[in-house]
Design a protein around this ligand. Sequence first.
Ligand SMILES: Nc1ncnc2c1ncn2[C@@H]1O[C@H](COP(=O)(O)OP(=O)(O)OP(=O)(O)O)[C@@H](O)[C@H]1O
Ligand SMILES: [Mg+2]
Length: 284
Amino acid sequence: MTITQEVQTDAPRPAPIIEVRNAAKRFSVNGQSLTVFDGVSCAIPQGAFLSIVGPSGCGKSTLLKLISGLEAPSGGEILFNGAKVTGPAQGMIYVFQQYTKSIFPWRTVIQNIEFGLNSHKKKLSRSARADLCRHYVKLVGLEGYENYFPYQLSGGMQQRVVIARALICEPAVLLMDEPFSAVDALTRAILQELLLKIWQTIPVTILFVTHDVEEAVFLSSRIISLSKSPAKIHEDVAIDLPYPRDQIATRADERFHELRQQLFASIFLQEKGGAPGASPSVKA
Ligand SMILES: Nc1ncnc2c1ncn2[C@@H]1O[C@H](COP(=O)(O)OP(=O)(O)OP(=O)(O)O)[C@@H](O)[C@H]1O
Ligand SMILES: [Mg+2]
């Protein structure tokens, strides 16, 4: 998997795996209508690692929920592999920020991971289920901890369980809403590298919401920055840093700092109330 999907060429582009077409979302709050966004459109190619950033409350999580089918749009439509999303779609998995709430405390690591197989496309034999569980335990680096209960694991290890449980049903799209915000900085750096390794190993498209611009630049092939509510796509930036990425070498790259600075300035000026157009927009 490379970032070449984002690069302009004359070759015909493959159909996007996700298309957001003119999406709007309004909520009714205490009898008043709140427009979170209106007229948001984007096309996400298969295999992308796309992050969504933007000021707090601008609608990042809402956009992710619309794409996943957990929330219905008030206008426009979402297409997944060309088909309109009308509810939680098979092939898309949503990973919430609060990992402690999404794993079962009474199940061991392996039992939690195996639970993900309930939404697997195929009916699997007992031995195939066991093989898959072993494979995903290894992929997330939890060998030796199979029979531990969540309370016996660190936060980072619990988040690995959540990732393995999401991946075991082989989703085409993994939607992650601030998945690493509750772990310490070092664990976060390790989980970021792990996620990139997984993304480069298996054919999955990742949509990742984060507050952390550095995290977005480190991980992504493309970043969408939303403006303050009612949100619009303010910037759509191709991250032209080579893969595989490395916490030390990538963060030392001058281009990493340029991209981080550009995105940070854009979000910070909006949060402070500056003009949304204050930072130049780079089109992917
Ligand atoms: N179910 C709901 N009912 C009413 N309003 C909602 C609902 N969900 C979200 N909102 C509102 O929509 C707006 C966008 O919320 P959202 O959670 O998508 O923002 P966000 O960008 O993810 O914020 P944060 O960065 O703080 O996580 C907020 O004003 C929020 O209050
Ligand atoms: Mg959010």
